[in-house]
Design a protein. Structure first.
Length: 414
């Protein structure tokens, strides 16, 4: 199904919308001719010509030589020249604020990180100190990039926790101890650049819709599990935020009775069953019961992160570890089945620790999802790991900036 998020409409009052339609078409199909842009968007040839002329003048679009492409890609009767985006014509800054780590990158118009900086910090570190460090990282990345501030469109921030996208305030980040932190205003003042802020997983979902496996998908869900469990949704090419910020899938109750307490104040939440801490607690308990077993041996090694040690034991074929992973994967499968029954996405992208252990986790997740989704919906949804791997967070933050300051704005702002 192609939801045609790039479909345009004629009329001068909708110039910004039409510009977005042209840019989205170039992003998805480029290089592509003016005639093909008109076909994809439904815009008149005159409207396309005028919009393209402005984009060419700004240097963000260039003509491409189609004769360099294979004949099957050129098509019969297709003109010798077409149009493509110029990735390096503009830059954005992506800032991913995770739990204990900040990643900053200068990115091009395709969300590709060009210069990246990483900062490890204590999760309990005050927000002001982390923001000071972010400003320094951004300035350093800009200096290394060398393109100059004139090429920068703005900054996108993907933050952990509940974020009010309209105000740019990180309302609550329980795993950081942050509450009501005005990220947008503080960073915009310090960096002297436009800043947009949203939840980090919503950014990851948007990145997949713009640049990854979610291109052309009507409804996609990105689910990320590590310290917590969150979800981001994109519907017809746009982020779905709900009335007060959708995506807290980690706090869906799976165990109504006897579940562990959750940081949200409830018990038996999905997060208490499939977060990194939940895996580690259960693994430690099982290893203590069999101190000579493979799981205990791998956990005793200090050369790799805890989850990697657990995955190593499973890949060695240890039955106790495999049972542990299957049990936790089934819980995630139940959570995703509930998501499918509610939203019916065409694509679910499952990231974080589940992507790292996809070879030993995805099978049970997929089987449970299919078994418990309503009326065969689980058979229709695709379940895949993220397109961008470890860079999902930073590409997601860049996608927020590109969506706000490039694909959605009036041409005069470029």
């Amino acid at each position: 199904m192609d939801p045609r998020p790039h479909t345009g409409h004629t009329g001068s009052a909708l110039k910004a919308h039409n510009r977005r339609a042209v840019l989205r078409t170039l992003l998805r199909y480029g290089p592509v001719s003016r005639v093909q842009i008109a076909e994809h968007t439904g815009l008149s040839s005159t409207t396309v010509t005028n919009l393209v002329a402005a984009l060419l003048a700004q240097g963000v679009v260039a003509e491409a030589d189609l004769t360099a492409l294979p004949a099957r890609e050129r098509g019969v009767g297709r003109p010798r020249t077409a149009l493509r985006l110029v990735p390096g014509a503009r830059r954005v800054i992506g800032v991913h604020i995770g739990v204990g780590q900040v990643r900053v990158a200068v990115c091009d118009l395709l969300g590709c990180p060009l210069h990246t900086r990483v900062l490890e910090h204590a999760p309990e570190q005050p927000a002001d100190q982390v923001l000071d460090a972010i400003v320094a990282l951004v300035e350093d990345a800009i200096a290394q990039d060398g393109a100059g501030r004139a090429a920068l469109l703005g900054v996108g921030v993907g933050a952990s926790g509940r974020v009010d996208q309209a105000s740019g305030v990180n309302i609550l980040a329980p795993n950081l101890g942050w509450r009501d932190v005005p990220l947008r205003d503080r960073l915009a003042e310090r960096l002297r650049l436009p800043v947009c802020v949203d939840n980090n997983v919503r950014g990851m979902a948007l990145a997949e819709a713009l640049f990854g496996a979610g291109q052309g998908v009507g409804v996609l869900a990105f689910v990320y599990a590590r310290v917590g469990v969150g979800a981001g949704f994109v519907v017809d090419g746009r982020v779905y935020r709900g009335g007060a910020g959708a995506g807290e899938i980690g706090h869906v109750t799976l165990l109504a009775d006897g579940g562990e307490p959750c940081r949200c104040g409830s018990t038996g939440c999905l997060e208490t069953l499939v977060s990194e801490a939940a895996f580690a607690r259960r693994a430690a308990m099982l290893a203590a019961r069999d101190p000579q077993g493979a799981l205990a041996r791998h956990l005793a090694a200090a050369d790799r992160p805890p989850m990697q040690r657990i995955f190593d034991a499973a890949r060695e074929g240890d039955p106790i570890t495999l049972d542990l992973l299957n049990e936790r994967a089934r819980y995630m499968g139940l959570g995703l089945a509930n998501l499918v029954n509610t939203l019916s996405p065409e694509l679910i992208i499952l990231g974080g620790l589940f992507a790292e252990g996809a070879d030993v986790l995805f099978g049970a997740v997929r089987e449970t999802l299919r078994r418990h989704a309503f009326a065969g919906l689980g058979e229709r949804v695709r379940l895949i790991p993220p397109t961008f791997g470890d860079e999902a967070g930073i590409v997601g933050a860049a996608a927020l900036a590109l969506d706000a300051f490039f694909y959605e704005v009036n041409e005069g702002t470029l």
